[in-house]
Ligand binder design. Structure first.
Ligand code: NAD
Length: 293
């Protein structure tokens, strides 16, 4: 069994991007610039945004963090989005989700200029992705593709089973793995809360992508020998013996499943770090005008 080390891989990618940014700046171009908007005080969101800003610093990007209180109105947020859309100094930006309940996330996502939507959440980017056109791929699926690619995992012709159909992970990764592309060309089954006999689907999987948000849902008896496991779940599970009072657990019962897997992503240190790196990669693509010419 080999661990798919997202932490190490993302450090390598960050190093590669830093070199590219240095060359851009030496050639007289300005450094890519990512802005992040954080509304409210959700603790997990604060950590995610901090990591994103820190990664920008590591690669030599400019970054702007716009922090707003949880009483920010939808109109105020839409105005910020509009300003960022118009600002020629910003290559790409994200609005960290979830937003406070009184703000319509869909409305905010739709207001972002697809050319600057480095999270890849706008339907224009999603549609372009589905049709195989140049697009910003949403960060988690993009990170998974890079991981499969860099570890030389054969995907073509394989049976891939995806658990979970969210717009940001399950559905896009199911499309990407089935596209005529590399990595891709897999036969994909997308399972969700209404799937009958989910275990039988899991047992067929050569590659199992799990994005449910249920700690340790996939047990050892649900997978076959040699399976490749991509565990997307990040769940805080209370644990009085842990320093913070909780531990992070994936959607897979790690010990049981690792014993049968050929490759597996740990939690933490698997898909998570690749997600942040993919956002940085999308911002570089935005600055280079690679997606929308
Ligand atoms: P979500 O809550 O939006 O969607 C969960 C999906 O699981 C739904 O489609 C639902 O149909 C399906 N589901 C729920 N219970 C099920 C069951 N019993 N059987 C079959 N299907 C079931 O989830 P999401 O936003 O995709 O996130 C999933 C997990 O991944 C969460 O733990 C989240 O924290 C994590 N996540 C991690 C990263 C990362 O960077 N590693 C990024 C995004 C999300």
């Amino acid at each position: 069994m080999q661990i798919l080390d997202g932490k190490l891989l993302s450090q390598q990618i960050i190093e590669e991007i830093s070199v590219e940014v240095k060359e851009m700046v030496e050639a007289g171009q300005r450094a890519p610039h990512l802005a992040a908007v954080l509304v409210g005080d959700d603790p997990a969101s604060q950590v995610y945004v901090r990591n994103k800003v820190r990664s920008c610093e590591k690669v030599g990007f400019e970054s702007t963090l716009i922090r707003k209180g949880s009483d920010t109105t939808e109109e105020e947020l839409l105005e910020i989005v509009e300003q960022l859309n118009e600002d020629p100094a910003i290559d790409g930006f994200i609005v960290q989700l979830p937003l406070p309940k009184h703000i319509d996330e869909e409305k905010v996502t739709l207001a972002i200029d697809p050319k600057k939507d480095v999270d890849g959440f706008h339907p224009v980017n999603f549609g372009r992705m589905a049709q195989g056109l140049p697009a910003y791929l949403s960060a988690t699926p993009f990170g998974i593709l890079q991981m499969l690619d860099r570890y030389n995992i054969e995907v073509s012709g394989k049976d891939c089973v995806v658990l979970g159909r969210s717009n940001i992970v399950g559905t896009p990764i199911s499309i990407l793995l089935s596209r005529k592309a590399s990595p891709g060309n897999a036969t994909v089954t997308l399972c969700h809360s209404r799937t009958k006999d989910l275990k039988s689907h899991c047992l067929r999987a050569d590659i199992l992508v799990v994005a449910l948000g249920i700690p340790e849902f996939v047990k050892g008896d649900m997978v076959k020998e040699g399976v490749v496991i991509i565990d997307v779940g990040i769940n805080r599970v209370e644990d009085a013996t842990a320093k913070r009072g909780y531990r992070l657990k994936g959607d897979v019962q790690y010990e049981e499943v690792a014993a049968k897997a050929s490759f597996i992503t740990p939690v933490p240190g698997g898909v998570g770090p690749m997600t942040v790196t993919s956002l940085i990669k999308n911002t570089l693509r935005a600055a280079k005008g690679e997606v929308y010419k």
